[in-house]
Structures are given as structure tokens and as C-alpha cells.
Design a protein around this ligand. Structure first.
Ligand code: C5P
Length: 339
């Protein structure tokens, strides 16, 4: 018999939501996903019904997706609703976090408004240490003080994490989900191969509905938003839906059923921003006795065609373009029309 009963075995590791057990094969472990949930470094505790099953299944589907794109992971197979077989790795004690949109600790730390689209994705490292509250690290801390990874390994981890981010951003946008941020862990196997480890689930991702910005992740538990189980279930449903489109997309290398949309972006100075050009034109019109003209603003209009799989996805992409390049959100308002 390859496996032993969970109940009669002592885990070799018991985390906040998972237990790891040895198997008869030294290099293979069994990960049992519990329904228990914690937040704020275990200061808040609870249960999310079905979470173990959803997280084990979603991890299975997403590890498989990454493996197809050449990312090496610790995943072997799902053996029960709540259980995976994984390769034994030595975990590098770093929480590797990638952020696309400001939320959570980034907002707290920098006073930035939740929802700001970041100019470019950010990869950051925290020390995986509950007693210290997982403090944010610099490269020098990691290399010279903790000595848990060298510069080259951190470069490889950052590059791989950004690639994973691109795969997930694309995959989830196809099913109407924005990937706000997520946390990864890496480890090394007995042959020193660097493998993606841990799990891939709403416990360690922030997922927002692309249309409504509804939170569909552990923030529902952290912030007492209710319907936590519903959100986890919805995310598993969307992952399964996304996988139905995947084979076609991979074969052609093209976005699935891409269409061309006409985009019109109108950009105007904000109401309280000085607009000398607009003021000059308004003054000139008044001098031509058009005294009824008030609050004249001069802006610009940008038009282009955009290939996208859906109008919803096009909307999200154009909004990103506006925030990053087309407009200056501090002093300008923008309006997007897509048809
Ligand atoms: O709290 P913070 O904003 O730093 O979290 C960033 C991302 O990393 C979130 O998706 C969160 O769920 C995840 N995270 C995690 N485990 C931690 C800390 C953060 O999964 N210990």
C-alpha cells in the first residue's frame, strides 16, 4: 500500500491550512488541505466550508497549466478531493509576492489607494517567519544577513515569478478575473532543481471580478465580507471554464476567438486643474462676443483598433493603458468608449 491513513499518521509539517505526510517513497509527500482558515498571522481563525477541496483542486489545475508552459513545480497528482502528492523540496523561507494592482499590505505601507494599477508588476520578498510577522526583505537582507538565497537564485525566482504572473493574468482575464496579487513559495529538490511549491488558490491570491471589482478570495474572510465559500466556489468554476478554452489558444498561440474593437479614449484636464489653453480659447470666444461659453476645457481624443477576446477584456486593457501611458490620472480624467 503506497499511502497510510491521514488519521493514524503524524504530519511531518503542519501549516496554517495544510498538513504534510511522508509516503513510502522518500522523495514524495502527501499534502492534505484542511478547511481551516487563518488571517493576520493567525490572529483570526475560522473554517471555510469546502476550502480544502477547492484549494487542492484549483492547485492541481493551475500547477498543470504552469507545467504546460514549462514551469517546474512540486506537483505530482491529486489523489483525493483534499489531497495531493507532491515532490519533497527544501522550502526557501521566502514569500515571493507579485503585485499588479495596489491592495493589502502595499496600501498600508505606502498609503496608496486600493485599486491603483501599478506602472509595472512588482516582485517583493518577505521572510517566511510567523514569529517575526513575515517582514519585508531587501536583497541584501536575503543574501548577506539571512543567507537563504544568492543573487542569481533571486534573479531566477523573480524572472520565473513574472512569467507565472503573465500566464495567470492572461488566463484569468479570459474568464473575467483580475489578478491583483499573489504569493508563491519555491523550494529545491534533492538534485537542487528549483521548483514552484506550496499551493495556488484563493488563499494566496487576490482575485477581483473584472466587471464589478467584487473580491473573490480570502479577503472576504479577512474583511468579514460574507459568502466566503461562494467566492471560493466561483473561482474554481472560472478556472474550469478557462481551461476549456486553453487547448485552442495554445495550439494557435493566438488569443481565443480574438475580435477587433474600435476604441475611443477621451482625455480632459480634471475640473480643478488649471487649463491655460482652454482659458485662452474661452477668453478669445468671449472677445468675439460668445459670452455664453463657460468652463471650456481642451483635451485630446485617441482612437485605435484593438484585438481582444472580449469587450470586457479590452476594457481592462485600455484602462491599464490610460493609467500607465495615455492619460495622467493625477491631473486628467479619461473616458473610454469601445464598440
Ligand atoms: O497582505 P499582502 O498584501 O502583503 O498580500 C499579498 C498577497 O500575498 C495576497 O494575495 C495574499 O493573499 C498573499 N499572502 C499569502 N500569505 C502570506 C502573506 C500574503 O498568501 N503570508
Amino acid at each position: 500500500m503506497f499511502l497510510m491513513q491521514t488519521t493514524t499518521m503524524k504530519p511531518i509539517y503542519s501549516g496554517k491550512a495544510k498538513d504534510l505526510f511522508e509516503t513510502e517513497t522518500p522523495e514524495v509527500l502527501r499534502a492534505y488541505f484542511r478547511d481551516s482558515a487563518t488571517a493576520f498571522n493567525a490572529q483570526k481563525k475560522g473554517e471555510i466550508q469546502n476550502k480544502g477541496k477547492v484549494n487542492a483542486t484549483m492547485s492541481t489545475l493551475l500547477f498543470n497549466l504552469l507545467e504546460q508552459d514549462g514551469i517546474k513545480t512540486h506537483f505530482i497528482k491529486q489523489i483525493a478531493d483534499n489531497e495531493l502528492l507532491i515532490k519533497r523540496v527544501k522550502i526557501i523561507p521566502l514569500e515571493v509576492i507579485v503585485r499588479n494592482i495596489a491592495a493589502g499590505s502595499l496600501c498600508k505601507r505606502l498609503g496608496i489607494k486600493e485599486g491603483k494599477v501599478l506602472k509595472s508588476p512588482i516582485v517583493e520578498f518577505s521572510y517566511k517567519n510567523d514569529e517575526l510577522g513575515d517582514p519585508l526583505l531587501t536583497r541584501a537582507y536575503i543574501i548577506n544577513a539571512l543567507e537563504v538565497a544568492d543573487n542569481k537564485t533571486l534573479d531566477i525566482i523573480s524572472e520565473r515569478t513574472l512569467k507565472i504572473n503573465e500566464i495567470f493574468k492572461e488566463f484569468f482575464l479570459n474568464v473575467g478575473i483580475k489578478v491583483v496579487d499573489f504569493k508563491l513559495e519555491y523550494g529545491t529538490d534533492k538534485d537542487s532543481n528549483l521548483l514552484l511549491a506550496d499551493e495556488l488558490s484563493p488563499d494566496n491570491f487576490r482575485f477581483w471580478d473584472a466587471k464589478t471589482n467584487e473580491k473573490l478570495d480570502k479577503d472576504r474572510f479577512r474583511q468579514d465580507l460574507g459568502n466566503v465559500e461562494g467566492a471560493y466556489g466561483e473561482m474554481l468554476k472560472r478556472v474550469k471554464e478557462g481551461l476549456k478554452n486553453e487547448p485552442a489558444r495554445r495550439r494557435t498561440g493566438e488569443p481565443a476567438s480574438s475580435q477587433s474593437y474600435n476604441v475611443r479614449v477621451q482625455i480632459l484636464p480634471k475640473a480643478d486643474i488649471l487649463d491655460p489653453q482652454g482659458q485662452a480659447v474661452e477668453k478669445a470666444l468671449k472677445s468675439l462676443s460668445y459670452s455664453e461659453v463657460i468652463d471650456l476645457k481642451i483635451g485630446k481624443e485617441i482612437v485605435f483598433k484593438l484585438k481582444s477576446e472580449s469587450k470586457e477584456k479590452a476594457q481592462v486593457h485600455v484602462k491599464e493603458m490610460c493609467e500607465k501611458l495615455l492619460a495622467n490620472p493625477v491631473i486628467e480624467d479619461y473616458k473610454i468608449e469601445i464598440d
